[in-house]
Design a protein around this ligand. Sequence first.
Ligand SMILES: Nc1ncnc2c1ncn2[C@@H]1O[C@H](COP(=O)(O)OP(=O)(O)OP(=O)(O)O)[C@@H](O)[C@H]1O
Ligand SMILES: [Mg+2]
Length: 207
Amino acid sequence: MIEVTGLHKQYGTRTVLDVPHLSVERGACVALIGANGSGKTTLLRILAGQLKPTSGTFSTPQPVLYLPQRCYAFRGTVLQNVLIGTKNKREDALSLLERMELAPLLQKEARSLSGGELQRLAFCRLMLRDCTLLLLDEPTSACDSHAAELLLQELQRYRAAQGCTVLLSTHSRAVAAQVADRCLLLANGRASALRSEAGTQCEFSFD
Ligand SMILES: Nc1ncnc2c1ncn2[C@@H]1O[C@H](COP(=O)(O)OP(=O)(O)OP(=O)(O)O)[C@@H](O)[C@H]1O
Ligand SMILES: [Mg+2]
């Protein structure tokens, strides 16, 4: 379960994130939506432990896996990249890369991949690990529609196996509608929309 209270991030005098309260139940998948600069990455990075809030408290289940908005590859092949930090996962990696249609690129230098290939590779690195909380920052932003479909199918497979909580940001209503149980809106860093008691109907449900 994610619990956030009074979370605030400021750069200089500018507030870029203000989340009075957020609670995400265990096993839920929540999509974070909002315009460019609305604070989605800031919130995800704070929850991932990569960024300190200016004030406020939060608790997250551990371990956490985080897919950054800007994906990266380590030096080495696609297969080596996926296997980094794992043990006895070669067979799992091969079938995962097959499902994600990256198998023809197994021996390719990972740093030479296209944007969409790299995003799928970075996602595959997470899919070989266990977690209780999965944080994905625009996981399909570089993918074509077919690649996005593969990635979302894999995400659902992973969720079913792990029972983890998922928080993902996206600009795609279709992605949110396909995988999220509910959708939270950020606007100009302010998450007043998250407060149902505020009376604004900004918490969308896709049920
Ligand atoms: N290190 C920083 N210093 C100053 N301002 C920052 C810094 N990092 C982020 N910001 C600002 O914080 C705001 C929120 O940024 P954030 O990256 O969280 O937005 P986002 O919702 O993820 O946007 P996008 O959809 O473009 O990814 C932006 O206006 C950004 O310019
Ligand atoms: Mg972002």
